[in-house]
Design a protein around this ligand. Structure first.
Ligand code: NAD
Length: 482
């Protein structure tokens, strides 16, 4: 069991006598880490330190310094991928190979943002014979990054790296369930040479206490929140009291549109990978609704049933496992209740049985489940399950596919599988989602933006827009007319 301390206002704060927040391995039920459960007083101290750092250091104005710090951080992560990945698997339950990918990929994301730091620029306008307007991009100030537990390091770095690149001070509020690995990643940053004290702070603790104190603090200028829709709506409401900028990356119920002419082998393997195997479907962009052309529905259901037949669900550290554990007990119970609902009101195509030979009182293992014959208005189709549960709906025309794709409150991501370019274009333009992957799925790049339509969020992260999200413009007008 590892005990972590959090870095707040230039000091390491440990978990105290009561042990702080216990982090449990979802594959065994054993406690593997402890992180401090901080208080609103720590939030106040961290905000004060961040404001002083911005006022007294060159951080906000020296882009080369920021690029240098980010490059150091990337190098430190690169040298520690193996150990960091093991801790991520222990706290989150995902497969070790996936954890290694998650950690190693941040090196690439941080290096991209280090380059962006030095490319941040505004524009100027000649507004008359003796008038010039200069529009600068300035940092927001003190930014809080509030992240969830499913891809805790990707989602932390996705927001933290551009926020720092843009010259902000950043306070990280990681999910309690994965606070230990988040502290490890942030520790590699706060030790970088040249980073002014107070520019980065770690605020571990519960959402209701530490998170809420961040949201309400008048000294926090922007919130970058990734998490559940209900939490995000509450944060947006409460942030309005101090008129904070808010970027929200929320849930999804993403459609995967499969046309009869598609490369079926690739389509089925891709779909199964991202709704069942990767993080057990606990991905905001998981393709949880299969929309399949009616002529191939039967064949596709048979192929999907084969894809999950005999799948080995087990600890992420076991190389034989093909699916790991559900990260939290609440999430485990929520998924099981949806599987029960599906058995009552739809047709179980395959899966849905308890995993054999494990202690269900302690280990959060769930097998995949596929349901057809679903009512389009059922919670199975309308609500985010965030687990390895797939619904299947047939469509007879491309218009119907677009209609079904857009028939939930969400609009985070989507997939289209067809070899017909015209159909791919029509479907991609018709679907209301921040991302459409054509003949692939869940491909994320540091260069390309992500974000939600409708109730899946506001704002864009990653890419150039992600950097700009953490800035505000200022027009300086030089006028020497008589
Ligand atoms: P959550 O909303 O419960 O928690 C997310 C974070 O918010 C945690 O750090 C939590 O402690 C904090 N928090 C909770 N209440 C708060 C409050 N009142 N004030 C401030 N902070 C508070 O979400 P979760 O269960 O950790 O994550 C799962 C959800 O995240 C799913 O809905 C999923 O779709 C979504 N998600 C979205 C994306 C995306 O990029 N769009 C990515 C991953 C996950």
């Amino acid at each position: 069991m590892k005990k972590y301390a959090a870095y707040v206002a230039g000091e390491w704060v440990d978990a105290g006598a009561d042990g702080g927040n216990a982090i449990v391995d979802p594959a065994s039920g054993e406690e593997v880490s402890q992180a401090p459960a901080l208080t609103p007083q720590h939030v106040d101290a961290a905000v004060g330190a961040a404001q002083r750092a911005l006022a007294q250091s060159d951080w906000a104005t020296d882009a080369r310094l920021r690029a240098d710090v980010l490059l150091q951080w990337a190098g430190r992560i690169e040298r520690n991928v193996e150990a960091l990945a093991r801790r991520l698997t222990l706290e989150n339950g995902k497969l070790l190979g996936e954890a290694k990918f998650e950690i190693a990929n941040q090196v690439n994301v941080i290096r991209f943002n280090a380059g962006l730091a030095r490319s941040l620029c505004g524009h100027s306008h000649s507004l008359g014979a003796r008038v010039m307007g200069v529009v600068l991009r300035e940092p927001m100030g003190v930014v809080a990054v509030i992240s969830p537990w499913n891809w805790p390091i990707s989602l932390l770095v996705r927001d933290l790296a551009p926020a720092l690149a843009a010259g902000n001070a950043v306070l990280s509020k990681p999910a309690s369930q994965t606070a230990g690995i988040s502290i490890e990643i942030l520790s590699l940053l706060v030790e970088c040479e040249g980073l002014p004290e107070g520019v980065v702070g770690m605020l571990t603790g519960s959402g209701g206490s530490v998170g809420q104190a961040i949201v309400e603090h008048p000294g926090v200028d922007m919130l970058a929140f990734t998490g559940d829709g209900a939490t995000g709506k509450g944060i947006a409401r409460d942030a309005a009291a101090t008129v904070k900028k808010v970027a929200l990356e929320l849930g999804g119920k993403s459609p995967f549109v499969l046309c009869a002419d598609a490369d079926m082998e690739k389509a089925i393997a891709t779909l199964a990978r991202f709704i069942f195997f990767t993080t057990c479907g606990q991905i905001c962009t998981a393709p949880s609704r299969l929309l399949v052309e009616s002529s191939v529905e039967k064949e596709v259901c048979e192929r999907l049933a084969q894809a999950i037949d005999g799948v080995k669900v087990g600890p992420g550290l076991d190389p034989a496992s093909q699916m790991g554990a559900i990260t939290t007990r609440d999430q485990y119970e929520k998924i099981l209740s949806f599987v029960e609902l599906g058995k009552k009101e739809a047709t179980l195509v395959a899966g849905g049985e308890p995993v054999a030979g494990v202690d269900h009182g302690k280990c959060n293992f769930i097998a995949p489940a596929i349901f057809s014959g679903v009512d389009p208005q059922s919670p199975l189709v309308q609500e985010e399950i965030f687990g390895p549960v797939l619904t299947v709906q047939p469509f007879a025309s491309d218009d119907e596919a677009v209609h079904l794709a857009n028939s939930t409150p969400f609009g985070l991501a989507s997939g289209v599988f067809t070899q017909n370019l015209d159909r791919a274009w029509f479907l991609s333009r018709g679907i209301k989602a921040g991302t459409v992957w054509v003949n692939n799925y869940n491909r994320f790049y540091a260069e390309t933006e992500v974000g939600g339509y409708k109730e899946s969020g506001v704002g864009r992260m990653a890419g150039f827009d992600g950097l700009h999200e953490f800035t505000q413009t200022k027009h300086i007008n030089f006028d020497s007319t008589e």
